[in-house]
Write a protein that binds this ligand. Structure first.
Ligand code: 4F9
Length: 230
């Protein structure tokens, strides 16, 4: 899968995604990320990309022209299918099932806004999907884009080495993950649950599933369709 990220801060996106697992996946070619600087498409002599909002009000609005020309330059280079996503608090709220749905796309173009927003007319022309990563306002769409790429990338073939690690985890079955333990067997007088030392894999699996259900009921009852701890 290839991600194109339309942004005014390409180094913010590339520096972050070049770190750790996503960075190694990029080095291997299992994940391709290209940040495209919207400012490079400004036709203004001062390379400006924003202007005052019609109707007045605080802040600046990203202009349609550089965003549209940036988008067009990307689409021209894409061979297969693509989908353009604008990261905005006004979108559908991102969750694991959306990451899973997006992981089947050939090319994703992510649009990161800044200032008070982007001229509505270019959004109408190019955006296929509006996605929020939660009900809060950030200074721009870059962090949400990074979150989306990370969540989708780890579902792609080859990105995680352990084939099981993207399967038996939180949310893949709608439950939170069970508690984990590692050495030493006793730490500050706290022991490891004895069943994990038993070597009985069936019993370990049953215990872990039970812990996932208990933990989900306690911490995220909404995931079980409950609003309270009933
Ligand atoms: C985008 C916040 C997606 C949450 C973009 C300011 C944003 C955001 N989810 N906030 N620009």
């Amino acid at each position: 899968m290839k991600f194109f990220i339309m942004t005014l801060f390409p180094e913010m996106v590339m520096d972050t995604l070049s770190t750790s697992i996503t960075g190694r996946a990029m080095d291997r070619g299992d994940l391709i990320v290209e940040a495209v600087n919207i400012r490079d498409y400004s036709t203004d002599k001062h390379k400006s990309v924003d202007d005052y909002p019609y109707g007045g009000g605080a802040g600046m609005v990203m202009q349609a022209q550089p965003v549209y020309d940036c988008y067009e330059s990307i689409v021209k280079r894409i061979e297969g299918s693509h989908k353009c996503i604008y990261l905005t608090p006004q979108g559908r709220v991102f969750k694991q099932s959306i990451a899973s749905e997006l992981s089947t796309e050939e090319n994703l173009i992510l649009l990161c806004g800044h200032y008070e927003g982007i001229d509505e007319r270019v959004l109408e022309e190019i955006v296929d999907d509006y996605i929020s990563i939660g009900d809060y306002v950030l200074t721009g769409g870059e962090l949400p884009a990074i979150v989306l790429v990370d969540a989708v990338a780890r579902l792609l073939p080859g990105v995680l080495h352990n084939e099981e690690s993207a399967v038996g985890e939180s949310f893949s079955d709608g439950l939170l993950e069970y508690p984990q333990y590692s050495r030493p067997e006793i730490w500050r007088d706290k022991t490891v649950p004895p069943i994990l030392l038993s070597g009985d894999h069936a019993k370990v699996d049953a215990w872990r599933h039970e812990q996932s259900v208990i933990r989900t009921r306690e911490r995220r009852p909404d995931l079980l369709g409950n609003d309270d701890l009933g």
